[in-house]
Design a protein around this ligand. Structure first.
Ligand SMILES: NC(=O)c1ccc[n+]([C@@H]2O[C@H](COP(=O)([O-])OP(=O)(O)OC[C@H]3O[C@@H](n4cnc5c(N)ncnc54)[C@H](OP(=O)(O)O)[C@@H]3O)[C@@H](O)[C@H]2O)c1
Length: 258
């Protein structure tokens, strides 16, 4: 048996319309998973959906958007509670959740205001925490399942303007460790990836994403192995979703060698 295979597993991936979530969805499909993908942008989510393999099991759920019986895509803004509830209702029993949806937005500490906190924590912390809780309460996560959160190496190594982003992800790491403890009796695992800089739309256009170019350049020098590609994170995610990692829970994997 190939313990890295995802055949027979149904996995929810948030943030699948871009970057790490998209690459993870595509690779998970290649490893045999049946996928339920979400994102906000319908066009880019459809692009991901069209690149998924046809090897998953047939999903027995009503699909409002997919054309393939094997995978489902659903546009969802995770900030909107009613949309999150509708997503949870539409979910089949899951063997894995990969929380990729997230935002970045550097802001020096002295300028942080309540709306900034609400915005950053809303998607980076509140959304994955609430989504996980709703899925658990609706009993849609099978025993032995695996949950993965995308954190950042910045929770360990600070960068200028990163207080809010790092804070939201540090809170997520603490949540994941507690979740691991609370779910261990069901054999459900919870882990994080603390990635260094990965080449995705999140960092591609610094001015658009409010990351100062100078800061980005300084940041790049901190990576002896170069900056990462989404596929590197996707490969590690496959490991965490697979039975090959079934003795690992409550941990955070540093990637990038910073
Ligand atoms: N790139 C890096 O260097 C890096 C490093 C460490 C950790 N991470 C983490 O890895 C995760 C993925 O990052 P990425 O680089 O792949 O970013 P990305 O390319 O910008 O993708 C972010 C994803 O999050 C989704 N999203 C944002 N707000 C949302 C909302 N309100 N509701 C639903 N979905 C929402 C986006 O959906 P739409 O595009 O459809 O709006 C998109 O699919 C993030 O949590 C990020 O913090 C990234």
């Amino acid at each position: 048996m190939d313990e890295f295979s995802l055949t027979g597993k149904t996995i929810l991936i948030t943030g699948a319309s871009s970057g790490i979530g998209r690459e993870t969805a595509i690779l998970a499909g290649e490893y045999g998973a049946t996928l339920f993908i979400t994102g906000r942008n319908p066009v880019r989510l459809r692009e991901t959906f069209n690149r998924l393999g046809k090897t998953g099991d047939t999903l027995r759920v009503a699909s409002d958007e997919s054309t393939s019986p094997r995978h489902v895509s659903r546009v969802t803004d995770l900030i909107i509670e009613t949309e999150m509830d509708a997503l949870v209702d539409a979910l089949p029993p899951l063997d894995g959740i990969v929380h990729c949806a997230g935002i970045v937005g550097p802001l020096p500490a002295k300028f942080i205001t309540q709306p900034d906190i609400d915005h950053m924590f809303g998607i980076n912390y509140h959304a994955p925490v609430k989504l996980t809780g709703k899925i658990l309460r609706k009993k849609k996560l099978s025993n032995g399942a695996s949950i993965l959160f995308m954190s950042t190496i910045a929770t360990k190594n600070p960068y200028f303007g990163g207080a809010l982003y790092s804070g939201s992800k540090a809170a997520l790491e603490a949540y994941s460790k507690t979740l691991a403890l609370e779910l261990v009796s069901k054999g459900i695992r919870s882990n994080c990836i603390m990635a260094g800089l990965v080449h995705t739309p999140m960092i591609e256009n610094p001015s658009e994403k409010n990351m100062q170019e100078e800061a980005l350049e300084r940041y790049l020098k901190r990576y002896p192995l170069g900056i990462g590609q989404p596929k590197e994170i996707a490969r590690a995610t496959i490991f965490f979703m697979s039975d090959a990692s079934k003795w690992i829970t409550g941990t955070s994997l540093i990637m990038g060698g910073e």
